[in-house]
Design a protein around this ligand. Structure first.
Ligand code: TGC
Ligand code: FAD
Length: 399
């Protein structure tokens, strides 16, 4: 075997790139991925088990994420983004979630759910005011769509505003909001006096606005989650997005974020697979490495097969997204498939580690618990199935 073939084989095994998908990526994708991977190795991996165990958000990483360009990689540079393409955005999310789903969440929310809607639907004044600070991590944002009584069905939301001259008066509440207790601004979706959904930017410190933390999560423990409570909050009309109305506003932000999650889930699966593979070669029972047993090999072979299929799915989706052709239903399929795939890999990897698998010596149990949230947020597993069902039959299960 020549040296090039030998080194590409070594790379293939160390990256777990079984179908050599790296050959399909461009140089800037590989460079972005390497940079984020190194950052995750040095800044996230050494601390994440500890923060997750204490259910504490590593707030200092908000700045670091900005420095590696994790906020809005595919948004224009002049608006605080990275000026790269959708494939680069995908590989960055993959590497972040290899570290922890909560760290990827920090970046997903800031980039896809806060910067993206301001960029896409905001006025020039709103873009200039908020985007550079969000891109540099100087300001933290959150995205408020879900309500206590309206999760899968956000169209039924009750949060609303009334007219008050050059202001509106906002009332209602949002539930399960990533980053809300530490956020400087919230992108909030609410009904206007005509009952149409609009987006507006609510700033920390506005009277009547609070964001209490939600405690007691067994999942995404290194990510902070809270509520948003609005009691007669006076918001300037200049904070309302001028360029969108209706549910398609928030749902198009979700398409952007769900795309990143489909990539991110592959990262979590890769970390579990990597840990399980190493453990299976080191751990001996009956005088043999457990990796020599057929049942362990079955688990590992099925994991790498499913990971490879998921990698190909997001690679193709990335190309469609770059061409502006990725449909919301295609994104739903990838989010649903890849998150369940990752959750199943985490469960299998945990089994391969035996008793050690339930400890924080290994990442599998943390990923598994995280992925229970990832399976539910940004549209539950079953909601995405029904989106695919609607797409293929033309019949709407929600109406
Ligand atoms: P429906 O009548 O189907 O659609 C209303 C309008 O929206 C358009 N649309 C989309 N546009 C862009 N992207 C999408 N994915 C879209 N899906 C639909 C649609 O064409 C229509 O446009 P128009 O012009 O005709 O008005 O709406 P529906 O009320 O029947 O609901 C459909 C359903 C159930 C699929 C939707 O409500 C849904 O996706 N529900 C799930 C809710 C959800 O995903 N919530 C996520 C909250 S945010 C979050 O979890 C962040 S976690 C962040 C982190 O920590 O990483
Ligand atoms: P429900 O909608 O009540 O669903 C409960 C069950 O019923 C699910 O299994 C669901 O699939 C099923 N179901 C509902 N409708 C149907 C149907 N028509 N057919 C079949 N089954 C159905 N939201 C935000 O807006 N911003 C955030 O930043 C955010 N971050 C989050 C962070 C965490 C840690 C979590 C857990 C959630 C977060 N969410 C956020 C909320 C998340 O998007 C919702 O939890 C999710 O959309 C589901 O809503 P729900 O929890 O109200 O469940």
């Amino acid at each position: 075997m020549n040296q090039k073939a030998q080194s590409s084989k070594t790379d293939r095994y160390s990256h777990h790139d079984y179908y050599v998908i790296d050959d399909l990526l461009k140089e800037d994708h590989l460079l972005a991925r390497e940079a984020v991977r190194e950052w995750v190795k040095s800044e996230v991996s050494p601390i994440i088990e500890d923060y997750a165990e204490r259910a504490e958000c590593p707030n200092h990483l908000f700045k670091g994420l900005a420095e590696i360009g994790a906020y809005g990689p595919s948004l224009p540079v002049e608006y605080g983004g990275g000026g790269m393409d959708e494939m680069a955005y995908g590989v960055i999310m993959q590497e972040l979630e290899r570290g922890d789903s909560g760290i990827r969440s920090m970046a997903s929310v800031q980039g896809s759910l806060v910067m993206f809607p301001i960029y896409k639907f905001g006025s020039e004044e709103q873009k200039r005011k908020y985007l550079p600070k969000l891109g540099s991590g100087e300001m933290i944002g959150c995205f408020g769509l879900t309500e206590p009584d309206h999760g899968s069905n956000p169209g039924g939301m009750q949060t609303h505003f009334t007219d008050d001259g050059d202001h509106v008066i906002l009332n209602g509440s949002k539930m399960w909001i990533t980053n809300s207790p530490v956020a400087d601004i919230a992108v909030v979706w609410a009904k206007n006096p005509e009952g149409k959904i609009q987006g507006l930017i609510v700033e920390r410190g506005m009277e009547g606005f609070s964001a209490p933390e939600i405690h007691g999560k067994w999942s995404l423990r290194a990510s902070i989650t809270g509520e948003l409570v609005f009691e007669d909050v006076r918001v300037p009309k200049s904070n309302i997005f001028p360029n969108v109305s209706g549910l398609k506003g928030p749902l198009s932000c979700l398409s952007k974020a769900r795309y990143g999650i489909a990539w991110g889930a592959v990262g979590a699966a890769l970390d579990c697979y990597d840990s399980a593979l190493r453990y299976s070669l080191e751990r001996k029972q009956f005088d043999k490495p457990i990796g020599q047993f057929q049942l362990t090999q079955k688990k590992l072979a099925e994991m790498i097969t499913e990971i490879t299929k998921a990698q190909l799915l997001v690679w193709r989706l990335g190309n469609l997204a770059n061409e502006g052709k990725a449909t919301p239903a295609q994104i739903s399929m990838a989010k649903r498939n890849n998150v369940l795939m990752a959750l199943e890999c985490a469960r299998e990897a945990r089994q391969i580690h035996g008793g050690m698998g339930i400890t924080n010596e290994y990442p599998c149990m943390r990923h598994m618990m995280n992925l229970e949230t990832v399976l539910t947020y940004e549209g539950t597993h079953d909601i995405h199935l029904l989106i695919t069902g609607m797409d293929v039959t033309g019949l709407n299960a929600f109406k």
